[in-house]
Design a protein around this ligand. Structure first.
Ligand code: GLY
Length: 372
């Protein structure tokens, strides 16, 4: 018998929704959807890996909550978040007869959640979306908060919308089939919450990360903690006009590295974010903003958990720094041509810096790209 699920509410007035966290949720998905949203026709968008392990369990769990169901199965991997795949997905949803009152169920990791959430947000000018995240990264971050989108050669997630899901069901059992590399990459986003604003949580992670990896009680605790932190930030700043940008700690560097790696398996999103967070701490230290011991402690924990922390760890050679700087200049946080960086004064003390000296940044990246 599964323990009662943990419920985190994201408060956004009429658009508020619950994030339900716990074991056995696929089996209860129909009941949970009907409780929040009533019965509806639905289309499930998933990827071949998740479908292979868990689609039957979801279909069983939905029961008659979603009477006319269609399934669209995408290729796994960041390259799926493209205009071409979005067009095919939208047409597929229309061919399934998905109407305004119906549901799109995004059942997968961050890639599926982002592209299916975006398709739902533009299909017939907006169809309701339920997120059923199937990776650690999606459970602690991308399924919550309403960011949806696709990538372009110019950069990551540059096309998209803020459209909140109506319900998030984070079933911890689904993580049992997640490849270890994917789990580790998702852990980088958990560490991010400690590093950006909660030194106590970071200290707890230093003690508890092995239990999180092995599926002990700390795992659900960590997922809940991250969802609560994110829900509080999104409730305050849904459209990222201020504090929500802190959730991008490591992302300005990380997104540029992902684009450089061609959104491929060479570098998973969470791995790029781990390197990006290490760079944010090192750069903050070089600028005299953050003490060396805090930077060293942050990087030591990422390394202990087996995450990459250096540009040179990206397989296939170091990127060209001019190319990285051009990608950074395309970041979504750019205003009047000036990129914003999330820098740190210490562990748990991230802040938004719009006045970064680009020459210092270039010098820093040249050294980092050459392994110094
Ligand atoms: N992943 C960062 C955010 O949702 O704002």
């Amino acid at each position: 018998m599964d323990a009662e699920p943990r419920i985190v509410s994201l408060e956004l007035g009429a658009r508020s929704y619950d994030i339900v966290i716990g074991g056995g949720l696929l089996a209860r998905s129909g009941e949970l959807i009907v409780h929040s949203l009533g019965k509806a026709q639905c289309a499930i968008v998933t990827d071949v890996n998740v479908a292979g392990f868990h689609l039957d369990a979801l279909l069983d769990g939905l029961g008659d909550a979603c009477p006319r169901r269609g399934v669209i199965t995408l290729r796994p991997g960041e390259a799926t978040k493209s205009f071409a795949e979005l067009a095919t997905l939208c047409q597929g949803l229309l061919e399934l007869g998905i109407e305004r009152g119906d549901l799109v169920i995004a059942f997968g990791g961050g890639v599926v959640g982002d592209i299916a959430g975006f398709a739902a947000s533009i299909l017939r000018r907006g169809v309701r979306c339920v997120q059923i995240p199937a990776s650690l990264l999606a459970q602690v971050d991308s399924s919550v908060g309403g960011k949806t989108g696709i990538n372009t050669p110019q950069g990551k997630n540059l096309i998209g919308s803020f459209t909140q899901p109506r319900l998030v069901l984070a079933d911890s059992d689904v993580l049992k089939t997640l490849p270890e590399r994917q789990f580790r990459a998702g852990y980088a986003e958990i560490v991010k919450y400690g590093l950006l604003g909660d030194v106590e949580f970071f200290s707890w992670l230093e003690k508890s990360w092995r239990d999180i990896f092995s599926g002990g009680p700390a795992r659900a605790q960590a997922i809940e903690k991250c969802c609560r932190a994110k829900a509080a930030i999104v409730a305050e700043d849904e459209r990222e006009t201020g504090r929500r940008a802190l959730l991008n700690l490591g992302h300005t560097f990380g997104h540029a590295l992902e684009a450089y790696a061609g959104y491929s398996d060479r570098l998973l999103h969470g791995e790029a974010i781990a390197i990006g967070m290490a760079l944010a701490f090192e750069f903050s230290n070089e600028l005299g903003l953050c003490g060396g011991p805090d930077a060293g402690r942050a990087i030591a924990h990422l390394k202990a958990a087996g995450l990459p922390t250096e540009i040179g760890q990206i397989p296939g050679g170091a990127p060209d720094v001019d190319e990285l700087l051009a990608l950074i200049a395309q970041d979504k946080k750019v205003q009047a041509g000036v990129a914003a960086f999330i820098l740190v004064r210490g562990i748990g003390e991230a802040f938004i810096e719009r006045g970064v000296d680009m020459e210092k940044l270039q010098d820093f990246l040249v050294r980092k790209a050459s392994g110094k």
